[in-house]
Design a protein around this ligand. Structure first.
Ligand code: SF4
Length: 553
């Protein structure tokens, strides 16, 4: 904790107060290289606090050299606890040794401040436990070199001051602001969670003033992707580090666990206990859908540790005026994005409809109740869907659209829209849970038994841009044919092949890179959805004055 605090107080708060953690290449490599030293071995001989050994004193005996690995030490006076990689003792003298991945840095003293301070705290803990500890050693695995660090008065003073400051910060319940324009951020494992430049920009920092001052410090796309299993009778298993899918006993697909961000199974498919356990351990959610695409639940490992965020989520959800303000941002964004869809995709953009949606968008600001807001959104949806069919190219697609209907959908276009909204909601749910929210407690969609209200909230502004857009692509490129639908009585649903085509179109859309309208960097829709969930979290925790809904131009 002291190491992180010295590196960046915000990092320390996120890791130790909010329980955030994310692996980076550095942390994974560090964990691998630490494997040996993390295994406890050898005992540290107990000493009395006055420095004497509790055993019989033999003045002629040579002090024995002892190496003890992975030693846990604490002291109430210091109010600190530490696991020390290695302690080398000789009689009453003890030297803590800290293992670091990588090579010796080319800086004065060859040790960074966070490591120096952490080592000194280990020395102070050894002193508090009865040893003399005048110096410590940093061992750089990459260089196979030991660098000695003396615990002089100024380092001890710095260590104790930082320890006190870290304790105060943890007690304050307030997350420290991001570092500004810092070279530390690109190497920080929590940069994608912290969003340092985005938060600074939205807070009006004097360092990040213009959109192009915002650095994109995370990859534009995710490395891991969702895996869907739509084949009926499929069995998902695990073989080593790979997820395997068998249909009727025959291998049908496989994917490295490293490349999977979530697993969605539709209808009659099963997941083995071994695969389930592995997915839970890796924090990969399993989303369960009915054959028709209704989400029935999510299997996830232990809940996210960010209790602080959930406490604020419930507090704000219970505050009508704060919830309404968030809901208004979400509805405004959704209406603006619907208007953009019509403007961009309609061969003859209907001027009166565009004007009407604009007028309704302006009315959102004046809504003083959820009822009024719902009324405005409903009116805008009627205008939008009255012209949705006009965006389907008559010469290419054999399908047409008159009005939005559902439960069950009565025509192919509505069947596709319903299915897309369902998988969009799954994505929103995964984003919400990854951030640490309770997906059932929303702000616009009011809580109701079994309804993932927050996931529905987060999906609102993306419905036109992702789901409706994917539907238009499918019909306007003639990617769906009549054979992809099942018509029974007055209900229409997708066949297995139809669902596969829709999922492919949805994933293509999620993977599309766009220029972020606020931050001006290139980023995929999938990442944007997660960024929106994180910005909502920053607002609930009081860092941002308002939730910035996502709108495109
Ligand atoms: S990204 Fe930068 S500001 Fe954020 S926690 Fe890491 S070092 Fe601190």
């Amino acid at each position: 904790m002291l190491n992180e605090y010295t590196y960046c107080p915000r990092l320390c708060y996120m890791e130790w107060v909010q329980g955030e953690f994310a692996h980076s290449a550095d942390t994974l490599d560090g964990r691998f290289q630490h494997k040996r030293v993390d295994r406890p071995a050898g005992d540290l001989p107990a000493r009395e606090r006055n420095g004497k050994s509790p055993g019989p004193d033999d003045e002629d005996a040579q002090p024995e050299k002892i190496h003890a690995r992975s030693v846990m030490l604490s002291d109430e006076g210091l109010g600190a606890i530490a696991r020390i990689d290695l302690v080398e003792t000789e009689g009453n003298r003890a030297t803590p040794v800290d293992y670091k991945r990588g090579t010796v840095p080319d800086i004065p003293g060859h040790v960074y401040d966070p490591e120096r301070v952490q080592l000194c705290l280990q020395g102070l803990l050894l002193r508090a436990n009865g040893y003399e500890s005048a110096e410590g050693i940093i061992y750089y695995v990459g260089s196979k070199r030991r660098i000695h660090v003396g615990f002089d008065d100024s380092l001890v003073k710095q260590t104790l001051e930082l320890l006190e400051a870290a304790r105060k910060m943890a007690d304050s319940g307030e997350i420290p602001p991001p570092l500004e324009d810092s070279p530390k951020c690109p190497r920080c494992s929590l940069v994608g969670i912290c969003l340092p430049d985005e938060v600074s920009f939205l807070k009006g920092s004097r360092y990040v003033v213009r959109p192009d001052d915002v650095r994109r410090l995370m990859p534009a796309r995710d490395d891991a992707l969702p895996m869907y299993v739509v084949a009926q009778g499929a069995l998902v298993g695990k073989s080593g580090d790979t997820l395997t899918v068998k249909v009727k006993g025959k291998a049908a697909a496989k994917a490295r666990l490293l490349d999977v961000s979530s697993l969605s199974i539709f209808g009659n498919a099963q997941v083995t206990a071994q695969a389930t356990r592995e997915l839970l351990e890796r924090g990969i959610p399993i989303c369960h859908f009915t054959y028709g695409g209704w989400q029935k639940g999510v299997t996830w490992g232990m809940a996210h540790k960010n209790v602080e965020l959930r406490m604020h989520q419930f507090r704000v959800a219970g505050d009508q005026s704060m919830s309404l303000a968030i809901a208004k941002e979400m509805v405004t964004a959704k209406l603006r994005n619907s208007r953009v869809m019509l403007r961009r995709n309609h061969p003859q953009p209907p001027a009166t409809a565009l004007e009407e949606i604009k007028r309704l968008t302006a009315m959102v600001e004046t809504a003083d109740s959820f009822g009024t807001l719902l009324g405005i959104e409903g009116a805008a949806a009627r205008v939008y869907f009255a012209h949705f069919g006009g965006m389907i190219k008559a010469g290419i697609s054999t399908f047409n659209f008159r009005t939005r209907n559902r439960r069950p959908p009565k025509d192919p276009v509505n069947a596709v829209l319903s299915f897309l909204y369902s998988i969009l909601m799954r994505q929103a749910m995964v984003s919400a849970m990854a951030v640490g929210f309770d997906p059932y407690m929303g702000f616009y969609h009011q809580p109701r038994y079994g309804r993932p209200a927050l996931a529905l909230d987060l999906a609102e502004e993306f419905r036109p841009l992702i789901a409706d857009s994917a539907a238009l692509t499918l019909f306007n490129n003639a990617e769906l044919k009549e054979k992809d639908f099942i018509r029974r009585a007055r209900a229409v649903s997708l066949t297995q092949d139809g669902r596969k085509a829709v999922i492919r179109a949805f994933e293509r859309r999620m993977d599309t890179l766009i220029t972020h309208p606020l931050f001006q960097y290139s980023i995929s829709y999938r990442r944007i959805m997660e960024v929106q969930a994180r910005l909502l979290g920053r607002h609930l925790l009081g860092e941002l004055k308002k939730y910035p809904g996502f709108t495109t131009r």
